[in-house]
Design a protein around this ligand. Structure first.
Ligand code: AFP
Length: 322
């Protein structure tokens, strides 16, 4: 099994990006440890604060965010960061070459039930001449990402990452403290019989998604002529990891539960990095209107519709919108 840095050099990843990736991974190793000790260290439960999106912050959300933020801002590689847990972007080194967007702990509702959670990150190059303080520098589409990945704090701590040369799986080897490459160029099967959606929102979806899911649930007696299984982990990192491992379709469609907020997932630190990973593994990552990675972002915490996974199944789903 190959160590991380030689694997990245094999993919011709520039040295400064490798250094940034190593910095990110140093933070994830510490978060992984804190997650495993959370109950013993008094880090279960919520704080009294809400983030800018009106979500109550868990104690571990705050710890993971501070760890990630501090290590990135002190690294010298980063011009600015943006995080799910920060109101706006935070300036780093004015000479830093990269911008990092991240969700320090995705799937926070799983913390208290000792279930899957993870850290998601997305890296863009900083725009020359733009001020480190200016949040507008983050308004770059997903197709300009130079690296994206997540670390899943599961039974083993796994890194899934792409720098544009395929999507690779790594496992944290606690005997030497580094990530080892375990699967190079994973491929999402084109077809699937598994879907992931929060079914409790069914009555709030638009008609095309209602019709599509009804046809999946109808199974072999319905128009699809085959049975589908359903899974929902309530952490995008967990659901996307399953899709990358054995295929499937994952969607968080538009709904009218809160008419002022039709979408749930965040473009910059959830949908874009996951889209890069899925596409690099031969899958598709779309909204009902087009490719996620071609969306021009307007703000850091922008939300977006997500339909991603096995390419043929995503195409079938989108055909209901035509
Ligand atoms: P957090 O990052 O706030 O924990 O949100 C998790 C999430 O954005 C995504 O990871 C899940 O797929 C989705 O929310 C779960 O949503 P439901 O609450 O509808 O299950």
């Amino acid at each position: 099994m190959q160590r991380l840095a030689p694997a990245l050099r094999q993919d011709n990843v520039p040295l400064d990006l490798i250094s940034l990736i190593k910095t990110i991974l140093a933070a994830t190793k510490e978060i992984s440890f804190r997650v495993s000790q959370a109950h013993l260290g008094g880090l279960m439960g919520s704080t009294l604060d809400e983030n800018i999106q009106g979500e109550v912050q868990k104690k571990l959300d705050v710890v993971a965010n501070e760890l990630f933020k501090d290590i990135l801002l002190e690294s010298g590689f980063v011009r600015a960061i943006s995080s799910e847990e920060e109101d706006s972007s935070v300036a780093g080194d004015p000479e830093g070459k990269f911008l990092v967007s991240f969700d320090p702990l995705d799937g926070s509702s799983n913390i208290d039930i000792n279930s899957l959670i993870g850290t998601i990150f997305s890296i863009h190059e900083a725009i020359p001449g733009m001020d480190a303080e200016d949040p507008a520098q983050f308004q770059q589409p997903g197709n300009k990402q130079v690296c994206a990945g997540y670390v899943l704090y599961g039974p083993s701590t796994m890194l899934v990452m792409t720098t544009g040369s395929g999507t690779h799986f790594y496992v944290l080897d606690r005997t030497h403290g580094g990530y080892l490459l375990v699967d190079r160029n994973v491929q999402v099967p084109k077809d699937t019989q598994e879907f992931a959606i929060n079914m409790s929102n069914q009555r709030f979806w638009q008609a095309p998604m209602q019709n599509y899911i009804n046809d999946l649930v109808a199974g072999e007696t319905g128009p699809r002529g085959k049975n589908f299984n359903m899974r929902w982990i309530a952490a995008m990192v967990g659901d996307i990891h399953r899709v990358l491992t054995r295929g499937g379709i994952f969607t968080y469609p538009a709904d009218n539960k809160k008419p002022e907020q039709p979408y749930k997932l965040r473009l910059m630190y959830e949908a874009n990095p996951m889209s890069f990973l899925i596409e690099q593994a031969g899958g598709a990552a779309m909204t009902s209107q087009g490719r996620i990675m071609d969306i021009q972002p307007e703000s850091i915490h922008q939300r977006v519709e997500v339909i991603m996974g096995s390419a043929n199944e995503v195409e079938t789903c989108l055909s209901y919108y035509k």
